[in-house]
Design a protein around this ligand. Sequence first.
Ligand code: MBD
Ligand code: FE
Length: 284
Amino acid sequence: MTTMKQSPTASDAGSSATASFRAGSAAAFGEAQTSTERVNTVVRAVLDAVHAVIRDHQVTYPEFQAAKRWLMDLGEGGEWPLFLDVFVEHVVEEVAARSQQGTPGTILGPYYLPDQKRLPAVAALPARPDEPGSTWVLSGQVRDVDGNPVAGAELDVWQNSADGFYSGFAPHLPDGNLRGVIVTGDDGRFEITTILPVPYQVPTDGPTGELIAAAGWHPWRPAHLHLLVRASEHRTITTQLYFSGGRYVDDDVAHATKAELILDPEKLPDGTYRSEYDFVLERD
Ligand code: MBD
Ligand code: FE
């Protein structure tokens, strides 16, 4: 047997995120049916913007070659999903949000995995027997825009563990850890027991981390719980919940926080945390 890899690397996360994207797990949004005219318009505008940067900033040949090398590394490291979701997705979401009602959405990110364990309305997320972290119970109700409870709605949730990694993208975590699909009861309610997520650091040992360091930025996202909330005949909400006062909640490298998505959990005498949050779905 070969030795077990202990510390997760950028390439573990990167290649898994690329494989998962190719396998269609991000097809939540579907892929564009596009026209020659649309490609011409949008790609022309992207190229024009790049050309303008080169002119305005007098980009040199060595800088052009460094950019080419870095882009090649980004692909070879499997980090296109990570890079695009951190630095670009928030604007795509901002445009999509203009035509959406109900609970605000935010970015999906690179670490969603479909087909996780289905759980009843009151459930604990799958975790290791000795899962480190502070116990957190998130309860609430899924309603439609008219205030009616939505029975049988699915909350497909995922988060990092206390050491900052996502299962499926780090070899030391069991598959399905801190992931699950909670199904609301007749009253639309749910109660999920898990641990508090922690801030997420973009891997520093890959090309995205190399760029962040080279530019003097920081690689952190605030602690967050990801959710897809879906129900038949309703628009699926892709969102995340954050924690007030938490590190990076006002300085997310991925620019994906929204005031309406920030929780202030109550700490109980036994040291556990509780939050209430209701989701509002619009009809298809
Ligand atoms: C994450 O955990 C994440 O949520 C996003 C959007 C990008 C990188 C890592
Ligand atoms: Fe995340």
